[in-house]
Write a protein that binds this ligand. Sequence first.
Ligand code: CA
Length: 480
Amino acid sequence: MSSENINRRNFLKLAGSTAAGALLSGCGKKLRIKLDESASKKPNFIIIFCDDMGYGDLGCFGSTKHRTPNIDRMAAEGSRFTSFYVTSGVCTPSRSSLMTGCYPRRVSMHKSARNEWVLFPVAKKGLHPDEITIADLLKSQGYATACFGKWHLGDQPEFLPRRQGFDYYYGIPYSNDMGAKQRKINPPLPLMRNEEVIEAPADQNTLTKRYTEEVIKFITANKDNPFFVYLPHTMVHNPVHSSENFRGKSANGGYGDAAEEIDWSTGEILATLKKFGLDDNTLVIFTSDNGAASRWGGSNLPLSGWKGSTMEGGMREPCVMRWPGKIPAGGECDELTSTIDLLPTLAKLAGTQAPDDRIIDGEDIWPLMAGKKDAKSPHEAFYYYRMDQLQAVRSGKWKLHLPYEIRRKNKVTKAQLKLYDLDADIGETTNVAEQNPDVARRLLALAEKARADLGDGNRKGNQREAGLVVTPKPLTMSGS
Ligand SMILES: [Ca+2]
């Protein structure tokens, strides 16, 4: 069955199986959503999602190395969110949360079918097509939807963006260090348009530039109707690349060049909105999928820890939101918010709601985005998982690192229980567990609540299954 044959007006989701590869598992639910005909006044949404950009990599978040005037201006015209979290220190799980409004364990995207942190090329696993993504919801409300960049939620035809609510896809399906150059068994890094590989290996130097041109083309074509642009940049993930105008120009090597090109890209997109008079009707969100890695030139300062960890540096991201007249100019929000909140919030702004036939972990954070006085985080607690293991919990200003098991070869040790007051100690340097036993107890109880709900290690929780195919095939150019 080709994607054209699926009647998407009536059924948002491909349920059951396809001829190309049987889905082994699924909750098999079909969702009927009536198309909303009064779509004309709905706001547009643009989510710019960097890869591995750190908390301290933007001028407006304290970088002294990178010149990011466009994102800094975006922050001056909008608000900065300083306690904005992703749900994992690595790509695939983090992205599953942005798409579904759920923790990765909820949708079983916390690890690959081979027990790896992220999906690798020719993966059996993918985000289940029965999941209702943010793109599905917006599409049901009459939005034109497109994804430009790194997907990383399954590289098989069953799992690519157009099976998850996007009308159009242009980008690379997984990380830029997963080509044949890095590992012989991988196909050359594919650049795709919809389901077709159009270039392999992709010329990475011009990816940011080409994504930007594609986004501008899409906005131009859809300026008179509501649209959703999801721009998960390939940069600044290693190996970093940038186009000629940026290469060798920053004060921070190739990493800084790539970061500054992303800033340029953001400026071009904002200029396009202005040109078409769409400023006041468009919410733009800029953030990153996880913290900077330790060795490629990024900064998570003043946070501790790197990509992959459950320290703040791994999972707290720089976040800027701009919507003139709706989000306060020059605002700052330090209440706990997360990528899981974007699905329910954008759904509501688009005139619908998050799915009510399944658990959604995110909450509506519009009162915080709108700068409403005394608005508080809707989350009693936030949970830091590393793959299937719960490692830390935050509630209010307190963060507790749990005494989880560390397994190395045949040896099992326990991590030390540590409590940090993030308001006083954002860098997680001083353990105050002994001085605050009641707080530690309260957070331990919250962790137990998470274990019962989301699981921990081999303990199961209320989880939905990921999609699986029997015989995954490499993405190659036709004829090769
Ligand atoms: Ca990443």
